[in-house]
Design a protein around this ligand. Sequence first.
Ligand SMILES: NC(=O)c1ccc[n+]([C@@H]2O[C@H](COP(=O)([O-])OP(=O)(O)OC[C@H]3O[C@@H](n4cnc5c(N)ncnc54)[C@H](O)[C@@H]3O)[C@@H](O)[C@H]2O)c1
Ligand SMILES: [Fe+2]
Length: 433
Amino acid sequence: MLNAVYKLNNHLSSSFYIGMLLAILSSDNKKGVNKMKNYAVMHMPKMINYGRYAFKEVGKVGAELGGRALIISDEMMDELGNVNAVQGYLSEENIDSSVYLGVESEPTDIYVAEALEKFKKEQCNMVISIGGGSCIDTAKAVAVLASNGGYIGDYMGGKKIANKEPVPHIAIPTTAGTGSEATDATIITNTSNEVKMMIKQPAFMPVVAIVDPMLSLSSPKHVTAATGVDALSHAIESYISKRSHPMTDTMGLSAMKLITENISTAYREGDNLDAREAMSLGSLQAGIAFSNSSVCLVHGMSRPIGALFHVPHGYSNAMLLPAVLEFSMDSTIERLADLGRIFYPEAKSYSDDKAASTAVQAVKQLCADLNIPNLQSWGIDEQKFITARGKMANDALASGSPANSPRVPTQSEIERLYQTCYTYDFSLKSKVR
Ligand SMILES: NC(=O)c1ccc[n+]([C@@H]2O[C@H](COP(=O)([O-])OP(=O)(O)OC[C@H]3O[C@@H](n4cnc5c(N)ncnc54)[C@H](O)[C@@H]3O)[C@@H](O)[C@H]2O)c1
Ligand SMILES: [Fe+2]
């Protein structure tokens, strides 16, 4: 795939998002909890430029979409020279740009308001995000608000629908990752009630994603670990979700394979471009998978931890993933067995029960290898955590994600799971079934 730039240009819809109507005639090959669906709609960016050096295309792509760009990024991207590089590629095509660098991890409604103000003041007509999911999510909100107006929280739960075309958004991820470059969701913290809002509507989909693994080479070890487990969580949750369907299964399975085979190498050898490339591709596929299926209990429980205790998203997922899989296992044995056989091809000869246990143990081992801490060793005060458990469980359920899980938990089961995860020991062997 060296030097290749893959352009997947879907012209199957005349609307501002790309829809793909799939006739899925049979569900005989479906496994586990998933019910038959006779059709599904796939949303993804209108164009995905993927491959080493795809980033250099940003000027040409930008020239097709607008005249003046607001680049939404953060201080780290600026230090690395990535923001300057975007401006350079744009100016080669005579595109002017302004820059907003105020994004910090786990973006809030304040960054969105600031960036939107700059967008208007500088009379921009497109946005380009470069960075991790935090920069991309901020830019998604700006792109929608610039044409549809209102406060970003208005769009949560479909209270307000963005029915005007958003301004064009080119998303360039530097982590592998959230997959946000190919999802129609944005996650923004409401600073007035400390809720990490999960807002999902077709208008939030970037029009172009430029996924260049070269940009992830500079990602430090802890970011590689956290964002890599986030991508794995997306792939797994999309696959065990009640809303999965054959198209998302294809993406989810491929993503699980790419990520499980490459995450440890990308973590240990940050300059291994083959591993980085596989992780970028896996993260992109996992994003497409969960955006068109769903995430489940891990993400539902993870967002409140991010909102209240400011744990980065990848870590808060990783702290929950093995325990939540253990909790869910009996309701999704066949699907977790598939994951076990991806981790260990020799598990092909195992019973489904044993292969599913193998999957949970493999995820645990992976988290231990990537030095994922539990909530206690992250430094969260136990008393504060106990006090927050009720609100967190409530917010998790209200987000809707747990309802997509193969085993739908009650409020008190979620509270108990939070407690389990507080002192979770990733090095302990799971029960052999
Ligand atoms: N919209 C979606 O579909 C979706 C999906 C999953 C997560 N999210 C959201 O994305 C956010 C997290 O994004 P993230 O995990 O990508 O992390 P991030 O964007 O918060 O970045 C984490 C840190 O890594 C740095 N960084 C990023 N790329 C780097 C690189 N190549 N080299 C050096 N440093 C680099 C950033 O500057 C930042 O300091 C959360 O708010 C989460 O809720 C959104
Ligand atoms: Fe995520």
